[in-house]
Ligand binder design. Sequence first.
Ligand SMILES: [Zn+2]
Length: 251
Amino acid sequence: MAPLRKTQGFCIRRVDFSETSQVVTFYTRSEGLMRLVAKGSRRKKSATQGRIDLFACGEMVYIQKRPGTLNILAEFKPEELFDGLRHSLQQAYSAFYIAALLDRGTHEGQASAACYDFCVGMLETLASGARADVSRMVFEAHFLDELGVVPQVGRCVECSGALPGRGMVGYVVARGGPLCRECAPDDAWRVPVGALGVVEGLRRASPAAAGRISIAPKLRPFVRDILTRCMGHALELEPKMLQYLQEVRCD
Ligand SMILES: [Zn+2]
């Protein structure tokens, strides 16, 4: 019999599987995304302490099966349920959005302890009642890094030339960044230079800082659009689909 393994994880998707069991997807610290069967989890007295809730987070003991088949969740002790997420629709939608991005943007066996820790920090921040719109943007900026799509901010992505210190610059999502005046085609999407600095600030922010960041109202729609368009490009999702994942606009 395969040996029991242990890791930390939180639930990002769950489906009832039979009268007594669930199929769950966890984002884990040592294995990345993981799909498991939780046998008997819908019984009150079970090895998972009852039905597994979304975002329930803690130590899990599992049996790893062959790639492509479901692993078995042998034991799960939820240590954190992020109850604050259930107090507001905005906080809940932002957490669902994080779960949806993890589900689409990562795969089994692609582990990143740093990304896991960042996600748990983000859920804590959201559960504590921090502004959902800014928290979501901090997560997007960080997750783009995880996907290997770091939005360039300082220089033209075409010629590496310096950008103007103020005003508007062209931005090409497929190239992941801004273009100087000489390189930008006339019909390029244009964003304020200030919005690029904000994106960089969000990318460097810790989850705990997310609640303290304020973005000038005139830059906010551009910052949100840069992140949404880059994310759509990185995940190969239509903007409409991404908006559907975001469910509600937070501002
Ligand atoms: Zn240029």
